[in-house]
Design a protein around this ligand. Structure first.
Ligand SMILES: [Zn+2]
Length: 326
């Protein structure tokens, strides 16, 4: 399928150096999902302006949506755009929730600098074997690999689980040693999607299981830990969506205060997808409602892109602590 290319020729970097600096510095690298031009422009603009290292990531579904050849040149264009803005921030292109060895190989051959192999739903030994296999291939190409232990609840593209299973801290050291992975996603109470917690009247969001995070950290000190499903589900956006014809009652996420605490600890990569989707949808709905005669996509997508820049700057500056670390 197509010609092979190394990510290095696209101007991208793997995550090794980024994570080493984040672990030392007590902050987290943002990983923003994208699948179209406006989202990618917003991510690069916001990260260049805040001087934040960044991981741009795509799921298998997003890769199919965008087309893998288009995606390669979008990533290359993203790096060039940052440089033209006068910024030298490192940019990694990462596969989110890779589900097979073959998909990881295909991504590495088409210019990804980092891949996740998610064997978290498999029995432990099979997860180890699959992750090990991907690591062996990826490391030959100097591509970094994220593994996962424990299952997150919620839904995200191809990934769906009804109930979460917390990561067992007693497994992490063995997993990291046997697989040789470069970072590890764990399950401590976050979940995928915009409906992270089903709350009854008057209930508040349960705190993340920082005790599990601490136990993991003790067993693999200094090893990069990743948090998925870490959108805060910004309520201003949910309200805008509902005001302008949407229906998203009960959408709730992880409070930013909790994410701030996680970013300052061993967590060095935080995935944010749903908040970006909400920002875009809220602004498109608002614009459409207020400008019924407008039919130029640049107008409503421009409004969405502008909001996304603000959201990402806010995350980098006040939640992840990655601003100024590029
Ligand atoms: Zn995820």
């Amino acid at each position: 399928m197509g010609d092979k290319v190394s990510y290095k020729d696209l101007g991208l970097v793997n995550t090794r150096e980024m994570f080493a600096r984040a672990v030392d510095g007590g902050y987290a690298i943002p990983a923003y999902n994208f699948n179209n031009l406006e989202q990618l422009q917003a991510i690069i603009t916001a990260c260049a302006e805040t001087e934040s290292p960044v991981i741009i990531q795509v799921s298998k579904g997003a890769r199919d949506y965008a087309n893998q050849t288009m995606l390669r040149y979008m990533a290359m264009g993203a790096v060039k755009m940052a440089r033209e803005m006068g910024s030298q921030i490192p940019v990694a292109l990462h596969l989110d929730h890779g589900d097979t060895f073959e998909l990881c190989v295909s991504c590495i051959e088409s210019g990804f600098s980092s891949v996740m192999i998610d064997g978290s739903h498999l029995p432990y030994d099979e997860n180890v074997a699959l992750t090990r296999k991907v690591v062996e291939y990826a490391h030959q190409h100097d591509v970094t690999v994220e593994g996962e232990l424990g299952v997150l609840a919620g839904i995200e593209d191809e990934v769906e689980a009804e109930h979460s299973t917390y990561t067992k801290p007693e497994e992490v050291e063995d997993f990291v040693k046997k697989t040789g992975c470069d970072s590890l996603a764990i399950s401590i109470g976050t979940s995928h999607g915009a409906y992270k917690f089903k709350l009854k009247e008057g209930e508040s969001v349960p705190p993340l299981r920082f005790d599990i995070l601490e136990e993991c950290e003790k067993r693999i000190p200094g090893f990069p830990i990743v948090l998925h499903g870490a959108s805060s589900v910004v309520q201003d956006y949910v309200q805008l969506i509902n005001r302008y014809g949407g229906k998203m009652e009960g959408a709730v996420g992880v409070p930013e205060e909790q994410l701030r605490k996680a970013a300052a600890s061993a967590v060095c990569k935080i995935n944010i997808d749903s908040d970006g989707r909400l920002a875009v949808t809220a602004k498109v709905r608002e614009f459409m409602a207020n400008n019924p005669g407008e039919f130029d996509p640049r107008k409503y997508l421009g409004a969405a892109r502008k909001e996304l820049v603000e959201l990402i700057k806010h995350k980098n500056e006040t939640v992840l602590g990655s601003a100024g670390k590029g």
